[in-house]
Design a protein around this ligand. Structure first.
Ligand code: ADQ
Length: 458
């Protein structure tokens, strides 16, 4: 079996027995790394005065990691700049929030060069190389230019935007060209793959034949590989003592009310504003139901160095305050809005206590919260998943209550539907959902991608 080299912006350093505190992606990649041997390479999260290529190596729980520090300017231009001010909003259809600065792109290319220079000597001839996400799109090409002949795969965790949006990026062609240095490129859904294929055929004069995409004399395999969660682990976490304790706290605080929960990184793509407005509409149009529901939104801040993230935070503070001010009573708060993270067991207990999960992003590559919510439910009395049609997860999770998050009325209706749903229907829908979440878990995803990469000709 070939060794595996995983490359991503950040590296999740494994600690023994700490898997429950890590995301499913980290758990899956670590388990693949344990199986294949090899290492996980990325940015340490630390800064250095002057980049000198020093590699910090570590080993934890059978997984080797190698990380580098970056300069302040690198982080500003590459991470806070091109990755999170340019590509992230553009890939989430938010051209209005997208910033176009040549310095950002310069920093992006420079850091990808730094990654290529430092990881190159660590890779051996038969290794499989797997690059992750929008931070590192040009890395494959940079490795090829340095003579790497290994099989290299790339997986995009975000949506791939429609051609007419992508072409707003001045360097769109260069970005897409660089994807052709990979052997396999993976997306979460048919929609994102379609958009990629459309760009290739309409902008590059390329061709598509099944998985095979060709342009400019290069041929790659472009596949759909929807990521899952570590379902077995999450189902167990939902039954742990910590989960039971969190669930009981939720029940006690709810005093018989129907609980709704949302759990998201504080990000404009997650549709938090629209969710609050949907709930607002529900309260406004159903006065008889006020006081009978309680909505808990958990949203830990992220990317706080980027202005739009500060703005959305201020916006949500104001909106939740406005809704509470309007509808709250001496013994009832309509929205509990919490800006912090929770350990995974506690999160699982919170999901389990919730009668409804509102997973309503405006655009999301996949969305793992939808899958975690399903995995945490009690089979005899499962809750209802309200899921945005614009989440990648909606392609697999057809038995959720699907909703258009831009419509406050549809959101309000979905809440009413979910609240009124009979137990038999909840069980029937949940059973279909959990079957999928179990079958297509994160280990299935990892194997699907790596099997395709392993088959790719060198
Ligand atoms: P994210 O945008 O980060 O991921 P998501 O898939 O929902 O979005 O994953 C978030 C993870 O963070 C979940 O595992 C969730 O449990 C955890 N989390 C969120 N809030 C938390 C809190 N308060 N406390 C603890 N944990 C919390 C990107 C893409 C997604 C894609 C994933 C994986 O944007 O579309 O599904 O990568 O490919």
């Amino acid at each position: 079996m070939s060794r595996l080299i995983v490359i991503s912006n950040r590296v999740a350093v494994p600690k023994k027995g700490a898997s429950a505190n890590q995301g499913g992606l980290a758990v899956a990649l670590q388990s693949a790394l344990r199986e294949h041997g090899g290492l996980w390479f990325g940015w340490s999260g630390e800064t250095c005065e002057t980049f000198d290529g020093t590699i910090h190596r570590a080993e934890g729980d059978g997984v080797n990691t190698a990380t580098i520090d970056l300069e302040e300017q690198d982080i500003d231009e590459y991470y806070n700049g091109f990755a999170n001010r340019t590509l992230w909003p553009l890939f989430h259809y938010r051209i209005d929030l997208t910033e176009f600065e040549r310095d950002f792109e310069g920093g992006y290319q420079r850091v990808n060069d730094r990654f290529a220079d430092t990881v190159m000597p660590l890779v051996e001839e038969p290794d499989l190389v797997w690059v992750h996400d929008y931070h590192l799109i040009p890395l494959g090409q940079k490795l090829r230019r340095r003579g790497m002949r290994n099989r290299i795969g790339f997986f995009l965790h975000t949506p791939w935007p429609p051609t007419r949006l992508l072409t707003a990026l001045p360097s769109h062609r260069k970005l897409v060209d660089s994807l052709f240095a990979y052997d396999v490129v993976g997306f979460h859904t048919e929609d994102w793959l379609d958009s990629f294929q459309h760009y290739v055929t309409s902008m590059m004069g390329g061709t598509v034949d099944g998985d095979i995409v060709s342009a400019g004399g290069r041929t790659i395999r472009a596949i759909v590989a929807p990521i899952g969660i570590d379902t077995a682990e999450f189902e167990a976490a939902a039954r742990s003592d910590e989960a039971n304790f969190a669930r009981d706290r939720m029940y006690m605080s709810a005093t018989g009310r129907s609980l709704m929960v949302g759990v998201d990184r504080l990000d404009y793509s997650k549709g938090l504003r629209e969710r609050f407005l949907g709930y607002d509409r529900f309260l406004a149009s159903h006065p008889d139901r006020r006081g009978l529901t309680s909505f808990l939104q958990i949203a830990p801040p992220s990317r706080e160095k980027v202005d739009t993230y500060q703005e959305i935070r201020a916006d949500l503070d104001a909106l939740s305050g406005r809704i509470n001010g309007e509808y709250a009573d001496i013994d009832w708060t309509p929205i509990r809005y919490v800006n912090r993270g929770y350990p995974r067991e506690e999160l699982a207990g919170i999901y389990r206590a919730a009668h409804i999960a509102l997973v309503t992003p405006l655009r999301d590559g996949m969305n793992l919260v939808a899958k975690e919510y399903v995995a945490a439910q009690d089979p005899n009395d499962p809750g209802v998943l309200v899921l945005s049609v614009f989440a990648g997860a909606a392609a697999q999770m057809r038995e959720a209550v699907l909703v258009n998050p831009y419509s406050a009325e549809e959101m309000a209706d979905a809440i009413v539907t979910a609240l009124a749903m009979p137990r038999e229907e909840r069980i029937r829908r949940w059973q279909a959902l959990i079957d999928g979440v179990r079958r297509e878990d994160v280990f299935w995803w990892c194997r699907l991608f790596l099997d395709t990469l392993e088959d790719a000709s060198e």
